[in-house]
Design a protein around this ligand. Sequence first.
Ligand code: HEC
Length: 123
Amino acid sequence: MKNTVHSRPSALPPKKSNWLNASRAVALLLLLAGLAGCASMSSREDNLPTPVAPDAQTAARYQQGRSMYARKCGRCHELFDPAEYSADDWPGYVKRYGPRAGLIAEDRATVIEYLQASAQRLR
Ligand code: HEC
């Protein structure tokens, strides 16, 4: 048998190191907080593009759609970059996954508007 466990160099920390255990516990707590909290959500939303809007009302709707997309559509998988699909593709996807994402029809329109404004440009 090769690679027997006892041949490993002394990688274990000294027995009396309570400090190490404490810092490990803190690291674990921070990790769990990061996974459960909104912090990771907002950083994901920050990665999404913000399309240029023709006026303030449209900008506000884009903002809303972007935020709902980030909150609702990133639960089961990573958020797709809106530019990965064309404006023609997005309504179908939002229709397909919207109900599972808990988006009511009215909010779906806002998400679609945002995604289409940020979608791949086809020429
Ligand atoms: C309940 C879980 C769930 C939610 C919520 C969800 N999706 Fe998905 N999504 C999936 C699964 C599962 C797949 C992979 C489907 C496959 O491979 O057949 C997928 C795939 C996709 C794809 C890739 C194309 C495709 O259909 O394979 C797109 C685009 C997409 N989702 C968009 C969205 C959008 C937009 C939302 C929010 C409205 C959303 N998803 C919310 C589960 C979800």
